[in-house]
Each structure stands twice: as structure tokens, then as C-alpha cells.
Design a protein. Structure first.
Length: 212
């Protein structure tokens, strides 16, 4: 993967770096933003998150939304934080956010099956980027927005690999990640207060690891 591949660049909204693509007849703009800009957008991000999930039978939407806001706020202080937004005109239709993984975060703690020696070594926090959240408004799903966010975010990173965690029984989502080049490496217990008791963990090599 090459940073910004196939996306012409320009000046972005809120002073970020803009890349563009087209969905049908609607132009969608992708913009990279830092933690300071993201902090001012937390209400908008929470709105997109809630819209993306909607009402799911058996789930407390309010609890999930509150948990998202807590995660999004905590992430702002992470190393090499980045937010990528997708907009159609002035409408925020999706976003992805992530950051570099610190060794002390113990992201892979309790991973089952146990990884090979050296797998969890973060080499000073330069080895892995966490793709922490990726959301697209319900009406915009299935139009390539998620993939555009995914590729734009990962294309701008300099780490060797990426990781994410997901609902362990969301098989359709898992299949999507696998089509995008992710490999499930196991399951780990959720931290105290997490929405799920355990999470599926995925890893994906990045272009920098391939010497591109």
C-alpha cells in the first residue's frame, strides 16, 4: 500500500490533508486530522457512531454510545493519534481513528492462542498502529466509504503492522476484514468495563513492512 495511493490531494476542511474519491455521482472528501481537531469534533463523531449502529435488538444503544465517547476521549492522548473523516459536502458521513501502540498498553495480553515469541514486542512504540474505530452512517454503508476510510488511514501510517479488535461473534464483519487483508490471530479478554467480555483480535501487515 502506498500513502495516498490513487487519491489526488488538496487543502482539506479544518486545515487537514484532503484526498478525494467519488461514490456514484456524489463526491466524498477524506481528510486527515490530528488530536486537537478531533477533540472539537467529539459530538459529531458520537452522532455518526450512533447512526451507524442504530437500534440493535438486545443491545443498549445508550451504553454503547457512552462507551464510545469514553474511548474516543481517552484516545486523544495517544501517541501519533490520527482521525480521518469522510464528508459529502458539509455532512460527516464516516470516520476512522487510530494511534501507535505503546508497549505498556498490553494490547495482546491474554491472547488465545498464545502468540509466538516476539509477537508482542512493540519496539519502542513504532511497530503497530491500532485501528481503534471505523464507522459509516447507515445510509452511506455499502458504498465503499468504509474501505476508503480504511485505505486512507492505513496508507498514511509508518508502522509495520496494524491491529484491531472486534465483537467475537460478528462473523460478517470478520469476513469483511479478511477481504481487506486482515488475519484473525486469536481472542483476548475485554478490559474492565468493556462492552464485550472478549474480543476477536486481527492483525494486518502494512506497506512499510513490505519495503514499499
Amino acid at each position: 500500500m502506498t500513502a495516498g495511493a490513487h487519491f489526488p490531494r488538496g487543502a482539506g476542511k479544518d486545515g487537514g490533508l484532503l484526498v478525494r474519491t467519488v461514490v456514484g455521482v456524489t463526491e466524498v472528501s477524506y481528510v486527515r486530522l490530528d488530536a486537537a481537531a478531533a477533540a472539537a469534533m467529539l459530538d459529531q463523531l458520537a452522532e455518526v457512531y450512533a447512526d451507524a449502529y442504530g437500534q440493535v435488538p438486545g443491545e443498549d444503544t445508550g451504553v454503547k454510545a457512552d462507551a464510545f465517547r469514553d474511548r474516543a476521549t481517552a484516545a486523544l492522548g495517544a501517541r501519533n493519534y490520527e482521525l480521518v473523516t469522510a464528508r459529502s459536502g458539509d455532512e460527516l458521513v464516516g470516520f476512522v481513528l487510530g494511534y501507535s501502540l505503546r508497549q505498556e498498553r498490553d494490547w495482546f495480553g491474554g491472547l488465545d492462542p498464545a502468540p509466538e515469541p516476539g509477537f508482542t514486542d512493540e519496539r519502542g512504540g513504532e511497530r503497530t498502529v491500532v485501528l481503534a474505530e471505523i464507522e459509516v452512517r447507515k445510509a452511506w454503508q455499502g458504498k465503499g466509504i468504509g474501505r476508503g476510510l480504511h485505505d486512507t488511514f492505513l496508507g498514511g501510517r509508518r508502522e509495520e503492522r496494524a491491529t484491531l479488535s472486534a465483537n467475537p461473534v460478528a462473523t460478517a464483519t470478520h469476513a469483511l476484514y479478511e477481504r481487506w487483508g486482515w488475519v484473525r490471530v486469536g481472542t483476548k479478554p475485554g478490559p474492565p468495563g468493556a462492552y464485550y467480555r472478549e474480543y476477536a483480535v486481527f492483525v494486518r501487515p502494512l506497506w512499510s513492512a513490505e519495503g514499499s
